[in-house]
Design a protein around this ligand. Structure first.
Ligand SMILES: Nc1ncnc2c1ncn2[C@@H]1O[C@H](COP(=O)(O)OP(=O)(O)O)[C@@H](O)[C@H]1O
Ligand SMILES: [Mg+2]
Length: 343
């Protein structure tokens, strides 16, 4: 099969995406596919006629770019043509493939825009469609859908602006609407911290909301093909699951399957499937949860393109049911192609 692994882009999660992309590229090649790893923003300037047969290690060249230019302005400077988002030949190469494996994360690729473009151009891709991706990227709309479909989520209200000083209980969580990787998530304990967090949050996003802080244990669960995988418990060694604790080795203890009673496991898995259906997600997604001391399960959000390095959470969950990383990649391709068959 001819597969394009699409990675990189201009979101704050660019580096994570490049690492996911390289691993997916290697895994799909091992499984006997013809694979091109492409940076969605930088594209490829050479002759593309035989691009799937080229014996060039695209993975290595992508990794070098990430090392040399981790900052977004630096990435932009690498491309001569400034107009438009897609890099040279990206659309043409994607059109030559049987399917595009979406290894993008964050605002770029996870918010449904690329999916909408691909739908109009008849380019097949892995993962959810444009509408569910867009809703899942928007935490306020996610919570509206959760409430409508009876998915338990912490109570919240949206702020009217940076000077909105509505009363709230402490501790509480100030969050930007379209964040990711915990960027723009602040746990605050008093008015002073609250005001500072609100100001800071509006630098990232035009929409900011305040959520009830839930004291408890944190879990995450992937739903794939409508079924929940074994749950991971996430326990940062110190503080909450912020950017540093997400990506620094050893900063967080992740246990899969989570060491919890069967009835709680079932409750979280049922809630994960409910959240998946509420957002009309298809193929796969990873839902984040906090469970309080009375075993109330709160769904925080859905990630429609979760991290895909072999040590990421979804590959760990797949391993717990005996699926290797290669098998998981092939599984995602198969269910994503099925989506088009059933149309
Ligand atoms: N209501 C909450 N109560 C307690 N902790 C929270 C709450 N909301 C978020 N957190 C903490 O912040 C982290 C990031 O929040 P989340 O809503 O999942 O945003 P992101 O999209 O950045 O992952 C969570 O993994 C959790 O550790
Ligand atoms: Mg999260």
């Amino acid at each position: 099969m001819k597969i394009v692994v699409l990675a990189g882009g201009l979101s704050t999660e660019r580096d994570v995406s490049l690492i996911s992309g390289k691993q997916i590229y290697d895994a799909l090649k091992k499984s006997g596919n013809e694979v091109v790893l492409l940076d969605v923003y930088l594209g490829y300037e050479g002759d593309i006629d035989d691009i799937f047969a080229l014996k060039k290690d695209w993975g290595e060249s992508i990794e070098r770019i990430s090392d040399a230019a981790p900052d977004i302005e630096g990435v932009k400077a690498l491309r001569d043509i400034k107009d438009g988002f897609f890099g040279p030949n990206v659309i043409n190469i994607c059109k030559m493939s049987d399917i595009v494996f979406m290894a993008l994360h964050g605002s770029c690729g996870e918010n449904g825009q690329i999916q909408a473009v691909f739908d109009l151009l008849n380019i097949k891709y892995t993962g959810s469609g444009s509408l569910s991706s867009a809703i899942a990227m928007d935490k306020t709309y996610t919570k509206i859908m959760f409430n409508a479909y009876d998915v338990n989520t912490p109570p919240s209200f949206e702020l009217k602006g940076p000077d909105d000083d509505r009363k709230t209980d402490f501790p509480c969580v100030v969050k930007v609407n379209s964040g990711g990787s915990s960027v723009g998530v602040y746990i605050v304990n008093n008015m002073e911290e609250y005001k500072k967090a609100v100001k800071e949050a509006y630098k990232y996003d035009d929409h900011v909301f305040v959520e009830k802080f839930i004291k408890g244990r944190e879990f995450t669960d992937c739903v794939i093909e409508g079924k929940a995988l074994p749950i991971v418990e996430i326990a940062p060694v110190s503080g909450f699951y912020d950017y540093k604790n997400k990506y620094q080795e050893g900063a967080t203890i992740e246990t899969c399957p989570a060491d919890i009673p069967k009835n709680l496991e079932k409750k979280i898995q049922e809630e994960a499937v409910k959240a998946y259906n509420a957002l009309r997600i298809n193929t796969y997604a990873r839902m984040d949860f906090i469970v309080d001391e009375d075993d109330n399960v709160y769904c925080l959000e859905a990630n429609t393109l979760p991290g895909m390095t072999p040590t990421s959470l979804v590959p760990r969950e797949a391993r717990a049911i005996g699926k290797s990383f290669e098998e998981l990649c092939q599984w995602i391709i198969r269910i994503s192609l099925d989506k088009y068959e059933n149309k």
